[in-house]
Design a protein around this ligand. Structure first.
Ligand code: ZN
Length: 637
């Protein structure tokens, strides 16, 4: 019998001993990092919390309850049942059955109303239908990304059931070694911003953290993580863990599947749809530019392998590594990753991109970890002079700057990454137009931003507490304000360009492609207009050149002709909206982690800034700190 089979048998024995016959257990199965208990008597198990916590404590694994397949009503019957009992005010908009795990997701506009109905509580619903119910908030803004994900999950049910079992067999295989050696290999995003990726190796496992691309890179050696240098066989990787959806952290992920990776990808719940949105768009742009190196099928392959996790839950990802994701305050679903290695003798926190400060959109980064010895922290704003003004000052400057342009009948173009800054800026604009501080004028939102916004509304529990309350309890969303007009098709752009004054928000944030370029060419050559950058501009991007004062730039038109644009409009940069911590926030974060750190490694920043930052951390806090380059192997312990 295989090792995995033996372990499953042992587990079965332990669980069988704990659960009496009336528990009706029919199967015990790995479901990725969890153990799924299939029962014919859901009332006994779902209603018996002490018994379940006792099992969790003795098997030291996460346990989920599933109904035995013989109890499951057909999808059609269940769909009919839900339709019959759901109150019409709840705004039922979709029902998705996942046979791989026996779950039904019910999409509604007002989940609170459905949750008040006793028929929709977990137990009653399971008894009646044999399905585990999951009630999901859905936005009135349509989202094709969520549809893509549902379709992919649906068409791969059988395959995923097998995959999840394999993931479990691999995670819970018995350990071969008892050493606690840990090595970090830097593959990308060290002494640079872009292509973030690193490998954590122990005697037992290999875990990849992030897998990005470099947006401004000149050649393939600086565009992608250096797997070639690390000599990794992708099949030997135990897991890939994603901190957040931005392409400089996720853009290379589908390529792993194209080149043979077949293991799990762990990310927070909102990261899956956000990443899908950005990666699908990246494929589209790359294929137009003829530099495509993976395809939509690879993105779908990635979706199939994703194991979304909620924040703060402990998850086994290999025989000697457990992870916890915690809010990092950077974008929706962005996480800092805590790795608990071996018997807990060494703990690493990878901050990911983080904001240790207030924003309208998210709560600040969390830092209550039980233990951390090594911190890998980003230093985008790691230089002493990178100090941001307070949010009140930033908002006031922003409002004044826009008002000036509006008064002279000009247009304000705000290049924004679709995910994160766009939603923060939407909240600020709608708040100040409501209060009368910002002169009312049309705000045009390019399609992809609205798609990302819909995903924000779908995960209200991940948003800033007041915003969350507004969406969940009051069913109001400032994202759906009347001030916003969504531009769904390029043909609408000429109309937008004839509107004076107006505000236009468009992607990409660094002028590296996307609809913003279409506007940029027609807006920047008139002096009454203005461009306001609100996010970090990576070296080598057009955004950075414009910000640094370039007066003429060449653009390629839709018809392939080169157009030279003279920049006559005002160009401004407002830093305080950034989703990254400024210098003071980084220093506070480092100093407040308890117990005192044994080592700090800084990444994700320009070389000089990171070297300074590590030097200062070393000097002020007396913690050994370094700023390694890409292609270094560092002995952590
Ligand atoms: Zn980011």
């Amino acid at each position: 019998m295989s090792q995995a089979g033996k372990i499953a048998l042992n587990l079965m024995e332990v669980i069988a001993k704990k659960i009496p016959k009336e528990g009706g257990i029919t199967r015990v199965e790995y479901e990725g990092p969890r153990i799924a208990l299939y029962t014919k008597n859901p009332r006994f198990l779902i209603g018996n919390n002490p018994l379940i916590s006792d099992i969790v404590n003795s098997v030291k694994k996460r346990v989920v309850i599933r109904c035995d397949i013989s109890l499951r009503k057909s999808e059609e019957e269940t769909r009919q049942y839900i339709g019959d009992i759901a109150s019409s005010e709840s705004g039922l908009s979709g029902i998705f059955f996942d046979n791989a795990i026996g779950e039904v997701i019910v999409d509604v506009n007002k989940p609170s109303l459905l949750k008040q109905q006793s028929e929709f509580n977990l137990l009653d619903f399971a008894e009646k239908t044999g399905w585990i119910i999951n009630i999901n908030k859905i936005s009135t803004i349509p989202s094709t990304t969520l549809k893509t994900i549902y379709q992919t999950l649906k068409s791969t049910e059988t395959e995923r059931e097998k995959l999840f079992r394999n993931f479990g067999n691999n995670i819970f295989r018995s350990r071969l070694t008892s050493t606690n050696e840990v090595t970090l290999k830097t593959l990308g995003g060290f002494q640079e911003v872009g292509r973030s990726s690193m490998l954590i190796e122990t005697g037992e496992s290999k875990i990849l953290l992030d897998c990005g691309i470099h947006p401004g890179a000149k050649n393939s050696f600086s565009s992608y993580p250096r797997f070639d240098w690390a000599g990794i066989d992708l099949q030997d990787l135990d897991a890939v863990i994603m901190s957040h959806a931005h392409l400089d952290h996720s853009g290379f992920l589908p390529a792993l599947f194209k080149y043979g990776y077949n293991g799990p990808v762990y990310c927070s719940e909102p990261t899956l749809p956000l990443m899908t949105l950005l990666l699908n768009d990246a494929v589209k742009i790359a294929s137009m530019e003829g530099r495509q190196f993976y395809d939509l099928v690879d993105v779908r392959d990635m979706i199939k392998h994703c194991v979304p996790l909620s924040f703060d839950s402990v998850t086994d990802v290999s025989p000697d590594i457990k992870i916890v994701l915690k809010n990092s305050g950077h974008i929706l679903g962005s996480a800092s990753i805590h790795l608990h290695i071996g018997d807990g003798s060494h703990n690493i926190v990878y901050s990911g991109d983080f904001k240790y400060g207030p924003s309208s959109l998210l709560e600040p980064a969390i830092l209550n970890y039980p233990r951390v010895e090594t911190l890998i922290v980003e230093g985008t704003y790691g230089s002493k002079i990178d100090i941001m003004p307070s949010r009140e000052e930033v908002d006031t400057d922003f409002v004044h700057s826009i008002n000036d342009t509006i008064k002279s009948d000009g247009k304000v173009l705000i290049p924004v990454p679709a995910v994160g800054r766009a939603q923060e800026i939407m909240l600020v604009l709608s708040r100040y137009m409501n209060s009368g501080d910002l002169i009312e004028c049309p705000i045009f939102i390019e399609g992809m931003i609205s798609e990302a916004t819909a995903i924000h509304i779908n995960y209200p529990e991940y948003l800033e507490r007041n915003l969350r309350k507004q969406i969940i309890e009051n069913d109001e969303s400032p994202f759906e304000s009347d001030y916003f007009t969504i531009v769904n098709h390029p043909s609408q752009r000429s109309e937008v360009l004839q509107t004076n004054p107006c505000i236009i928000m468009a992607t990409s944030g660094m002028l590296e492609g996307g609809p913003v370029l279409d506007y940029f060419g027609k807006i920047s050559n008139k002096k009454e207009n203005k461009i306001i950058f609100v996010s970090y501009q990576v070296q080598g991007t057009l955004g950075r050149r414009v910000l640094d004062g370039t007066s003429d730039v060449s653009l390629v038109n839709e018809d392939g002709k080169i157009q030279v644009v003279s920049i006559k409009c005002d160009v401004e940069k407002i830093d305080g909206f950034s989703g990254h911590s400024d210098y003071n926030q980084i220093m506070k974060y480092v100093s407040r982690l308890r117990p005192k750190l044994k080592r700090v490694i800084v990444d994700h920043g320009e070389k000089r800034k990171l070297e300074n930052l590590s030097h200062i951390i070393n000097r002020i806090f007396k913690i050994p700190a370094s700023a390694p380059a890409v292609r270094e192997a560092i002995k952590i312990c």
